[in-house]
Design a protein around this ligand. Structure first.
Ligand SMILES: [Zn+2]
Length: 189
């Protein structure tokens, strides 16, 4: 074991990812769930960082990713470490400004792009506009990041990380499709 996992928010499939803008079709401006306070993430994260652990924080929604990036930035300011290799687990909804901040610290995104295949039926709660920033592999690679990807292979096929297509045929953010040669730099890491 080398890393410490904390949780900022919930899950994309359960519509509990913490978003900056409300879910579509859910009443009362519902934006998902925050599971840990920023102060708690900072306190535990700083302690683990100081003790030499790698931080790998679960964050799915864009607001959750924004909060954990602020925590990582604050930890690095106080206790700078070269090659800290902070990770964001799942890192699902990551618009370009957040990816830019990740690039500045070389944060490692660990998305599960196979969600497009298995959870494409919840995409409408996020909408077309947000779909293009969801597990944005192409944006990550263009920003010089080294994303990993999880497929649960052999339990699930590897293809959806490339095609972003649901089992019923619906496509989730086609502009983030990557080709096999593009994906090679991070394959197997
Ligand atoms: Zn997780």
């Amino acid at each position: 074991m080398t890393d410490v996992k904390q949780y900022v928010d919930g899950f994309v499939s359960e519509r509990t990812a913490w978003l900056s803008q409300p879910y579509i079709g859910i009443p009362n401006n519902y934006v998902g769930l925050q599971l840990s306070s920023t102060e708690q993430l900072y306190k535990i994260g700083r302690k683990a960082h100081r003790a030499g652990w790698q931080l790998a924080t679960h964050a799915n929604g864009d607001l959750a990713i924004d909060r954990i990036l602020s925590v990582y930035e604050r930890i690095q300011r106080g206790l700078p470490k070269r090659d800290a290799r902070f990770r964001i687990e799942h890192c699902t909804l990551a618009p370009k400004p957040l990816v830019g901040r990740m690039g500045a610290m070389q944060v490692i995104p660990a998305p599960i792009s196979v969600y497009a295949y298995f959870h494409g039926d919840v995409r409408h709660f996020y909408g077309q506009e947000r779909a293009k920033d969801t597990f944005p592999m192409r944006t990550f690679l263009h920003a010089g990041l080294r994303p990993t990807d999880s497929s649960d292979n052999t339990a699930s096929p590897v293809d959806p990380q490339l095609t972003r297509t649901h089992m019923k045929g619906d496509v989730w953010g086609a502009s983030q499709r990557i080709t096999l040669p593009t994906s090679n730099p991070f394959a197997g890491q």
